[in-house]
Design a protein around this ligand. Sequence first.
Ligand code: SPV
Ligand code: MG
Length: 290
Amino acid sequence: MSKASLLRARMAERGLVHIMAAHSPLSAILAEEAGFDGLWASGFELSALYGLPDMSLTSMTQHLDMLRAIAGCSSLPIVADIDTGYGNAINVIHAIREYERAGAAAVVIEDKTFPKVTSLVAGGRQELVTIEEFQGKIAAAVASRQDPALLVIARTEALIAGLGEAEALKRAQAYVAAGADMILIHSKKKDPSEIESFARGWTGAVPLVVVPNAYPELDAERIRALGTIRMVIYGNYAIRAAVTAMQQAFRRIVADGGVQSVHKDMVPVEEIFRLQGMDRIKADEKRFLR
Ligand code: SPV
Ligand code: MG
């Protein structure tokens, strides 16, 4: 069974799948060990890793390298955040081929103009392409996938752009008509009211995806109660967890004038050896080194 089929099967079985953001193979390994159903190869997290804003500054090659490395270390299905598809419908065709080859089980394409501006930043320039242009991009993605199970998820940024629910619903319906397998609806409102209202108003033939980054109180129970959402993506939580941990540790080391106190609150180096697969290497050394 392909990873794409596996993701579809998990959604059918579990009703709702929990997808954790990853920006590296290590974060992917930790997400898998924690019990998530899949991984979100996040553009925001990759940009942050390079100290850059999420504004189409990292390349498709950089993102593919990250995704390939993650796919090599994890058995979880990967949902690839391909932003705007790196250009027009022709760029999307190329991207779909590359992302499928790299090991993606699903791709999310958003209806913003290229270059995009990250969704949650206050006062960000949020411009959308026309419905027709984006339908062409979705149709191109669907037509160029090799595995018919690869999920093509259309993300509308209509709420992010302040265009209102009616426009968001209209766009989402149009993207389904163009062949989208799911609709990702995003909002930057600090509470889930916009998303809950959209989900209640959704009569489309495909399920929804949500990313509760700005409205964290939208938990699994509330999501399930809406009935139309099958995937929740924890979109920036891996990089925020990493930054929180590093900031606290680095500040303590500077304040303490050494690592004498902080080391007790960190995993020992043996835990890193375990995550690196050191045991396997030791066994291979015994077996093959002569
Ligand atoms: C990402 O993680 O790259 C996303 C989610 O697209 S958000 O940053 O909230 O737009
Ligand atoms: Mg993104």
